[in-house]
Design a protein. Structure first.
Length: 116
């Protein structure tokens, strides 16, 4: 009789435990911290620094400090219509930034724009 009650209590506890746990797997939607070195610099190298390099005539965008000081202008120009004056990157030279790449910039700003 004692064993029967013990098994009944264990079964009840197991059922209660199962009903309290989620059947959904943990979401991995949280993005890692976005940094200049890891995330922003590769985008800049692909889209911007071929024209905005240290020896060039245009504003230099080859370092963390330079990008940080121009971030508002960078985002403004990269989100303009391609036919609008000042749109970057110049449509004849480099492809536009993708929505995913722009999202990386916004996440970087949200994260406080860390370098490393």
């Amino acid at each position: 009789m004692k064993i029967r009650y013990t098994l009944l209590i264990c079964a009840f506890g197991l059922i209660t435990y199962q009903s309290c746990t989620s059947t959904k797997k943990a979401s991995n939607n949280t993005l890692a911290l976005v940094t200049y070195d890891k995330d922003i610099q590769p985008i800049m190298l692909a889209h911007c620094t071929p024209c905005h390099y240290p020896e060039g005539e245009k504003d230099q965008l080859d370092t963390y400090d330079r990008v940080l000081s121009r971030i508002d202008d960078i985002l403004d120009r990269t989100q303009r219509d391609t036919s609008e004056k000042g749109y970057m990157p110049h449509k004849m030279k480099k492809p536009a930034l993708s929505q995913e790449e722009l999202a990386v910039f916004f996440k970087w700003m949200e994260d406080g724009m860390p370098e490393k």
